[in-house]
Design a binder for this molecule. Sequence first.
Ligand code: HAM
Length: 414
Amino acid sequence: MRDILPPESALWNRIERASREIFAAYSYQEIRTPLVEVTELFARGVGQDTDIVTKEMYTFEDRDGQSLTLRPEATASVVRSYIEHRMWEQPGVKKFYYIGPMFRRERPQKGRYRQFYQIGAEAIGSESPTVDAELLEMLIELLGRLDLTGYSLFLNSVGCAHCRPKYLETLRSELSKVSGQLCADCQRRSETNPLRVLDCKVPQDQPIIDQLPTILDLLCPECREHFERLQGYLRERQIPFTVRPRLVRGLDYYTRTTFEIVHGALGAQDSLLGGGRYDGLSEMLGGPAAPGIGFSIGEDRFALALSQLAESETNAAGSPLFIIWLGDAAYRCAAELARELRARNVAVDLLADAVKLKKALELASRLGVRHALLIGDQELAEGKYPLRDMSQGTQKSVTKEELFEQFAGKGAQT
Ligand code: HAM
């Protein structure tokens, strides 16, 4: 777990602002679910045999003996909320987004934290591939709005309740022939959760895994048509993607569409986001049929990828204007002026301690501010103030009105 400090936090806020704008344009509305849920929700929703549930959850007993868990993800919570508030009775597809912390006790490394943040969206109430296509379009628009480049979209279908059991049977029987040659984890997974074998990263296992049948060979006609229609819609939208028949995700609720976006700048933890359909999740949680699809972007990784693309941006953190005052009377004037500017949404930083002009200017330059305004006794009397452009080293004299005009709309980006 870590602190997100300025100036990086400014980048996080920019990511969140852009996300909210895009989500609003696609009619997704914010949902805020609790950070803590009953453990059972994730055990049932995410899956009893997944790494998340078996190894990574922060689970504790409440004073009344109930088992609670810090949410490791939010899709199960959103569907729980959908059921609890009988949202299926409302018209149309329900579209939600969320931004917030998730908790998984993973081995920490660059891009992997125990408290990390996700920006996610979920559309519940339709199984049409038009919803899948629109969701992916929204995602690509969001990455584009933040000028993210250098990513790849991988797509797969993991079938449905009809075709997946047949695939699992075939996979199990093929695995039984080769599992002796696989790593210890895969030998165990071959029994408990054979799909996870496809996700193995051990290099020696790869040639064997490559020979295993893929789900795409065994999709039922409905799933095949769903997947083909989605691919057609993506091509029409000119969204590039690669079909990865072995893309399986670490959560058990997925059906049909699954996808992942990876980014080269992220290193070992290169998965920027993941998502997919979960048409049976509502029933698994005791609700009515409510097919859904969603994604979650790892915000920590998004910020990392963006900061590596535009190193300089996160360094420019200074306020546009720093006000320097010399003497008590000047302080009063400076404080009032700062308040008037701030009321006009101008980001202003005001000198805190009475220091000599030279020291104050040194401070302004170390703070990285673009302009410094100087107020002393003489300036007070004249009603005109020297405004220094810190990067050019030039100076001009301005009245209060001219100052308001020059800085109008220079809001803070924090
Ligand atoms: P997930 O693949 O488990 O899916 O996580 C989504 C993203 O969260 C990952 O691609 C990664 O960027 C980020 N992430 C996961 N674990 C960590 C970590 N320990 N540190 C930093 N970032 C991490 C889900 O959570 C699903 N709820 C996605 C979804 C939404 N499916 C349907 N709707």
